[in-house]
Design a protein around this ligand. Structure first.
Ligand SMILES: Cc1ncc(COP(=O)(O)O)c(C=O)c1O
Length: 447
C-alpha cells in the first residue's frame, strides 16, 4: 500500500506523472497526455514549465524563500499586490495573500464579518450560499459551500448557513425556461435574506461560473446585476469566488467583468501561481479596505506561509506572462473554438446533454436520455468512466458527479492552459469524441 493512498484515495492505480511541458504532461513510461484540465481544475493557465516562471523561481530562491509576515513585508508580495490591483477593475483597494482557495474563502468571510462588526452591526454573521457550489474543503469553506457529497461526512462540524438554488438553466429548480422566467434563482436570494433577517446576514458568496460541482454553469446575464441590487438593498457584502474563473480564464481578467458587476470581496487562487507553487489572494473593494484602514482593523487569518516570497515571485511572473502574451484575449478565441468543437462532438453522442461555459472553462453534462435529461444512476460512475477513457486516449479531464441534484448526474470540466493552440483543441476534441463513444457503447443511452 502506498502511504499516499491515505490522503488521496483517487490515486489508487493511477498514472504517475513525472514531467510537464506546455499543455502536455508525461508519465514515467514517457507517454504524453494533453492536460485539458489545467493541472487540476484551472490551475495551469500558462502551461507547464514556462521558462520565465522557472527563472523567477530560481532568482527568488537564491535571495530568500521565507519571510514571516507578522514581522516583515517582502518585495515580491508587494509587487504582486500592485500587479493584481492593476489588472482588477477600478474600485479595488487592497490584497492579502494566503496559500489556497479554501483559505481565501475563510479569509473573505472573516473580512465580511469584521467589516460589519466595525460598523457596530454585530448580529450580521450568516453567509448565504448556493447549493451545488464549492469554495474549498476546510470546515469553514465546506459550510459556505453546497456540494452534497463533499459536505456529507463532516456535517457535524459544519456551520448551518442558508443555501439557495443554483443558477442552473439546464435543470432549472423552478421548472422554467430562460428568458421566459423571472430569474427566480436570483429573486430567491431576496426571499431567503428576508426570512433570515438582513440584520443577521453578512454576505452572499458565489462562484461567478460554477466549476467543479456543476461543470461550467453560466447564469443568465440578468443574474448578477440582480444579485448586486439585492445585496445592496439588504446591506450584504457580495463575495465572488474567482478561484477558478479569475486571472483571465473566461476572457476577462475577472469573470464578474462580463456582467459589469463589482463584488465587494474577490478570492483568487489556482491559476494565480500557475500551478507552480501554492498561493491564494483576497482582494477587497476600496470601501472595505478604507474601513479597515480607518478603524485600524486586522484579520485574524495569519498562516505561516502567507505571502511567501517564493510563491509571490511566481505569481508575479505568471501575471506578467499573461499580460505580455495577451493571453486573456486568447482565452476568448481559443474558448469559442473549444466550445464549437465540443458542440460538434455532442452531435454524435446523445449522452452529451449540454455543452456550456465561457472562455477556456467549458463543461459537458452527460445524460442517459437527452429528451428527459435523466442522468445515469450514480453507481455507474459515468463521469469517471469518461475521464478514464479520455486518459487512455491521451487527454486529462476533470470529472464531477452529483451534477443534477447533488447526488446523481455527471459532467466533465475542461480548463486547459491558455496557451493551447487551435490544433491542440482539435486533437482534444477528437480524443474526447473517441472516449465518449467508447463509454456510450458500454452504457447505452435509454433512447
Ligand atoms: C471555486 C473554488 N473555490 C475554492 C476552491 C478551493 O481551493 P483549494 O483547493 O486551493 O483550497 C476550489 C477548488 O477546487 C474551487 O474550485
Amino acid at each position: 500500500m502506498s502511504v499516499l493512498n491515505i490522503f488521496y484515495e483517487g490515486l489508487k492505480g493511477k498514472v504517475r506523472i513525472v514531467r510537464g511541458e506546455g499543455v502536455y504532461v508525461y508519465d514515467e513510461f514517457g507517454r504524453r497526455y494533453l492536460d485539458a484540465s489545467g493541472g487540476s481544475n484551472a490551475s495551469v493557465p500558462i502551461g507547464h514549465q514556462a521558462q520565465p516562471v522557472i527563472e523567477a523561481m530560481l532568482e527568488q530562491a537564491r535571495k530568500i524563500t521565507f519571510v514571516p509576515m507578522h514581522l516583515f513585508s517582502n518585495e515580491p508580495a508587494e509587487l504582486l499586490a500592485q500587479e493584481l490591483l492593476k489588472v482588477s477593475p477600478p474600485g479595488f483597494g487592497s490584497v492579502s495573500f494566503v496559500n489556497s482557495g479554501s483559505e481565501a474563502t475563510e479569509y473573505a468571510v472573516k473580512a465580511a464579518r469584521q467589516f460589519w462588526m466595525s460598523k457596530g452591526r454585530y448580529s450580521k454573521f450568516k453567509v448565504v450560499t448556493r447549493w451545488q457550489s464549492f469554495f474549498g474543503n476546510t470546515f469553514g469553506a465546506l459550510s459556505f459551500g453546497g456540494h452534497t457529497f463533499r459536505r456529507s461526512r463532516y456535517i457535524p462540524y459544519l456551520q448551518d448557513m442558508p443555501h439557495i438554488p443554483p443558477a442552473y438553466c439546464y435543470r432549472c429548480w423552478f421548472r422554467k425556461d430562460y428568458p421566459d422566467c423571472d430569474i427566480d434563482c436570483a429573486l430567491y436570494l431576496d426571499r431567503v435574506v428576508k426570512q433570515e433577517g438582513p440584520e443577521n446576514v453578512a454576505a452572499f458568496i458565489a462562484e461567478p461560473i460554477v466549476g467543479a460541482t456543476t461543470g461550467a454553469t453560466v447564469p443568465p446575464k440578468e443574474y448578477y446585476p440582480m444579485v448586486r441590487e439585492i445585496c445592496d438593498r439588504h446591506d450584504l457584502l457580495f463575495i465572488a469566488d474567482e478561484v477558478q474563473t479569475g486571472v483571465g480564464r473566461t476572457g476577462e481578467w475577472f469573470c464578474m467583468e462580463h456582467w459589469k458587476v463589482r463584488p465587494d470581496i474577490v478570492t483568487v487562487a489556482k491559476g494565480l501561481s500557475g500551478g507552480y507553487t501554492p498561493l491564494g489572494a483576497v482582494i477587497l473593494a476600496e470601501h472595505i479596505a478604507e474601513q479597515f484602514q480607518r478603524e485600524g482593523l486586522s484579520i485574524v487569518g495569519g498562516h505561516t506561509f502567507n505571502a511567501n516570497p517564493l510563491s509571490c515571485a511566481v505569481g508575479l511572473a505568471v501575471i506578467r506572462y499573461i499580460v505580455e502574451n495577451d493571453l486573456v484575449s486568447r482565452c476568448r478565441d481559443a474558448g469559442s473554438h473549444l466550445a464549437s468543437s465540443l458542440r460538434k462532438v455532442q452531435m454524435g453522442h446523445s449522452i452529451i446533454g449540454d455543452v456550456r461555459g465561457l472562455g477556456l472553462m467549458v463543461g459537458l453534462e452527460f445524460v442517459r436520455n437527452r429528451e428527459t435529461k435523466e442522468p445515469y444512476p450514480p453507481r455507474v460512475g459515468l463521469c469517471h468512466e469518461v475521464a478514464r477513457e479520455a486518459l487512455e486516449s491521451g487527454v486529462v479531464v476533470y470529472p464531477g458527479s452529483g451534477t443534477a441534484d447533488g447526488v446523481s448526474g455527471d459532467h466533465i470540466l475542461l480548463t486547459p492552459p491558455y496557451i493551447i493552440t487551435m490544433e491542440q483543441i482539435d486533437e482534444l476534441a477528437k480524443a474526447l469524441d473517441g472516449a465518449i463513444g467508447a463509454v456510450e457503447s458500454k452504457h447505452p443511452p435509454s433512447t
